[in-house]
Design a protein around this ligand. Structure first.
Ligand code: 5AD
Ligand code: SF4
Length: 447
């Protein structure tokens, strides 16, 4: 069958879709490049904000016309919104054939084949521990060249930040066995992957058996995993996202410092710079604890850069709270930040509170932080001009045929004319000549 797979939301969802594509193609199905040619349409959805859900529902509604033209077409909604709304989606969207939640994604190939031969409508949600081992497949179509790979090392989240729906739709946090992850990393590396991004809602909690207490200074199974991965000789770079700040204990910081393969670029979700709001969010750190984690990482890796997530307009956020967020963001000097307007999620604890900050104020705060970010980004990009940067070569640039693309350890894209013999997957030192809005331009150093 030809299967069209559309993904909304975070990198975990992207990774889940990649695993599903790998499982489906291993059974002889084909991934369709457009909706028109599909026998099966699958929408992997996100629930983190209301807008994300509405976007997916809008798209699925629009697909009705394809079903009218081809009644044999199967349409399915999977992932976080499927988990949250379950059978209700079948009632709301009569042209949808199946709904499959996050805990049962590994059963998708069986389900699709079953429904293709004998039609019924099904909604399956709820946890299933087999999803952990069942989602290790990869989809690496020939010619994609891929030097970048992703491995999910944990699923779910136990933190229950008060605004967040993830613990409800992705279930309790579970970690994969280190042998499975190392095996997956070796297989990917043998297939040409040179950089691996480790994924989890809270990656640094890996192996801590779901405990939410700040770990003891030397207790970090995640650091042990990083150190083992760093021993794979053909693997040149390791990244991870996202770590909850309080898991950066001595052991993890030392392991990063000792292993230059671990990229000096950390996504460290801040959410708010106000201690009062952090508490209401059930984030278990204060702004000073956050500052001290940044300082500890910088002390041993001065070149490290940070990115972050921030929410504006959380219930009760005053102008003063907001300014504390703004000040802390400027103080840390994030290289990149993702700013979200608070969206109440039915089921999450903060949704019981009135959504008290008016939309217009959320917009204003969002715009202020975006302007700060643009100013800082342009400055840091200018500062990179004239510097030497090591990039991992990814291949021909998507925008310019005569240029190739690579990324710095700090996650900046650089375009450059490929020197003779240059190959995807190698590390190359470039001199930065020019900075655009989002990417850099450079040339190879003369040998
Ligand atoms: N409203 C707005 N942003 C949210 N996030 C999570 N839940 C919500 C919500 N209800 C943001 C957080 C998280 C990122 C992935 O999405 O900043 O880190
Ligand atoms: Fe949501 Fe908090 Fe878990 Fe992140 S750590 S997924 S924000 S509950």
């Amino acid at each position: 069958m030809k299967i069209y797979l559309k993904t909304y939301g975070c990198q975990m969802n992207e990774r889940d879709s990649e695993a599903l594509a790998g499982m489906l193609t291993a059974r002889g199905h084909v991934i369709a490049s457009c909706e028109e040619e599909a026998d099966v349409m699958i929408f992997n959805t996100c629930s983190v904000r209301d807008q994300a859900e509405r976007k997916a529902v809008g798209k699925v509604e629009f697909m009705k016309k394809y079903k009218q033209r081809n009644p044999a077409l199967l349409i399915g909604i999977i992932g976080c919104m499927a988990e949250r709304r379950g059978a209700e989606l079948l009632a709301d969207l009569p042209h949808v054939d199946f709904v499959l939640g996050t805990g049962k994604l590994h059963t998708l190939p069986d389900l699709v084949e079953k429904l293709a031969s004998g039609r019924t409508r099904v909604a399956e949600t709820g946890p299933n521990p087999d999803v952990l081992t069942g989602m290790g497949a990869h989809f690496r179509p020939e010619g994609a060249g891929g030097v970048l790979g992703q491995i999910a090392i944990t699923r779910g989240c136990n933190r229950f930040c008060s605004y967040c729906i993830v613990p409800y739709v992705r279930g309790r946090e579970i970690s994969r066995a280190p042998e499975d992850i190392l095996e997956e990393a070796r297989t990917l590396t043998a297939d040409g992957v040179r950089e691996i991004l480790l994924l989890g809602q809270n990656v640094a909690a890996y192996g801590l058996k779901g405990s939410t207490a700040a770990p003891a200074p030397e207790d970090s199974p995640f650091a042990d995993l990083l150190a083992e991965l760093a021993k794979i000789s053909d693997l040149l770079r390791i990244r991870f996202t996202s770590p909850y700040p309080t898991y950066f204990n001595d052991r993890l910081i030392r392991t990063m410092a000792e292993n230059p393969k671990i990229c000096r670029n950390v996504h460290l979700p801040l959410q708010s710079g106000s201690d009062r709001i952090l508490k209401l969010m059930n984030r278990q750190y204060t702004s000073d604890i956050y500052r001290s984690i940044v300082a500890k990482l910088r002390a041993v890796m001065p070149e490290i850069t940070f990115s972050t997530d921030v929410i504006v307009g959380f219930p009760g956020e005053t102008e003063e709270d907001f300014l504390m967020t703004r000040d802390l963001m400027n103080e840390v000097g994030f290289d990149q930040s993702f700013i979200f307007k608070y969206s109440p999620r039915p089921g999450a604890r903060s949704a019981a509170e009135p959504d008290s900050v008016p939309q217009i104020v959320k917009e204003e705060r969002d715009q202020i932080l975006l302007a700060d970010l643009a100013e800082r980004t342009s400055l840091t990009m200018q500062e990179l001009i004239g510097t030497r940067q090591e990039v991992l070569v990814e291949g021909v640039s998507r925008r310019m045929e005569d240029r190739w693309t690579g990324r710095t350890g700090g996650n900046r894209t650089v375009h450059f004319p490929p020197p003779g013999g240059c190959r995807p997957g190698e590390l190359l030192t470039l001199r930065i000549l020019k900075a655009g809005k989002v990417s850099l331009y450079g040339e190879a150093e003369q040998a």
